[in-house]
Write a protein that binds this ligand. Structure first.
Ligand SMILES: [Zn+2]
Ligand SMILES: [Zn+2]
Length: 299
């Protein structure tokens, strides 16, 4: 399996990172897209992957930093001659999200206009995604992979169920687990057990979490570096990649202003990536990398 980190940021706009999106590729040409945050389609092109060849998309949850590129992905691959409709798996409200986008939805005018051309009008099926609601357990299987889902804890369930995914290759038995956004969970230890690669969110360094707790901003919905180290060790994963970084390492003056809502502005800077590594290392001594956009990992 090959993993390409298309986007590695959390929700704040970041000039150096796209929003959450990971491409898992099996047998060189079977693609599985985990989340489709802003910038995902453009990053596929930069990774020399044709978006029209990506046919299975899984949403971990419906925060915009995990789904906002989907209309661009679907519409642009439609006009680039997509040959099969995308299968989209996600929480129960995924169907509502998809139905609000295309015919009769936000992009209806665009679709009606383009469909005037006979060639485009004949391919309308390509922008009618096959939407499937995810429940914990086996959620997708084809000749190449089995994909499993498990609940994680991030948004209240009545607003949006949130999921982690485990992709297992049928060709060589290798496994990749993506946590989505979540607080630290014992169930993740079981779900990621012995995985060849765990890609886990690590949104804030400990310094920011301490500050957020002190001033009363919610901290419960993400995983601290120290807790991530404990999970990786208990799950006995072979490789760990931390991702979903909340721009705390920026030197950009505009972005610093945004991050200043979450931590003291004088704390913000590249040194905080080292702080994350130090805190993970207190509990985990295996293979560890900090994600960056277009990072390629061969599993
Ligand atoms: Zn997120
Ligand atoms: Zn989220």
């Amino acid at each position: 399996m090959k993993v390409t980190m298309l986007g590695t940021a959390a929700a704040l706009p970041d000039p150096d990172r796209g929003h959450s999106s990971i491409l898992v590729t099996v047998d060189d040409e079977q693609h599985y897209l985990l989340d489709c945050g802003a910038g995902a389609t453009r990053q596929m092109l930069r990774a020399h992957v044709d978006p029209a060849d990506v046919n299975v998309v899984l949403f971990t949850h419906l925060h915009f930093d995990h789904i906002a590129d989907f209309p661009f992905f679907a519409l642009s691959s439609w006009i680039c001659n997509r040959e099969s409709k995308p299968i989209v798996l996600g929480p129960p409200k995924t169907e509502h999200f998809i139905n609000s986008l295309f015919e009769g939805g936000a992009f209806d005018t665009d679709i009606v206009a383009r469909a005037q051309f006979p060639g485009r009008g004949a391919t309308m099926e390509m922008i009618r995604p096959d939407v499937r609601t995810v429940r914990p357990g086996l959620v997708y299987e084809d000749d190449y992979v089995k994909i499993f889902a498990d609940y994680v804890n991030h948004i209240p369930q009545e607003i949006c169920e949130c999921f982690a995914y485990r992709v297992e290759s049928k060709l060589d038995g290798k496994s990749v687990v993506f946590s989505g956004d979540t607080s630290p969970l014992d169930s993740m230890v079981e779900f990621a057990k012995d995985a060849d690669l765990l890609i886990h969110e690590c949104t804030f360094p400990q310094e920011a979490l301490d500050y957020r707790e002190e001033i009363g901003i919610g901290t419960a919905s993400h995983t601290s570096p120290g807790e991530l180290g404990k999970i990786a060790t208990k799950a006995n994963v072979k490789n760990l990649v931390a991702t979903h970084f909340s721009t705390f390492d920026t030197t950009n003056p505009v972005v610093k202003k945004f991050v200043g809502m979450h931590m003291p502005i004088e704390m913000v800077g590249p040194g905080l990536i080292d702080s994350i590594v130090r805190d993970i290392r207190k509990h985990y001594d295996g293979s560890l990398r900090m994600a960056h956009d277009l990072m390629r990992i061969d599993v």
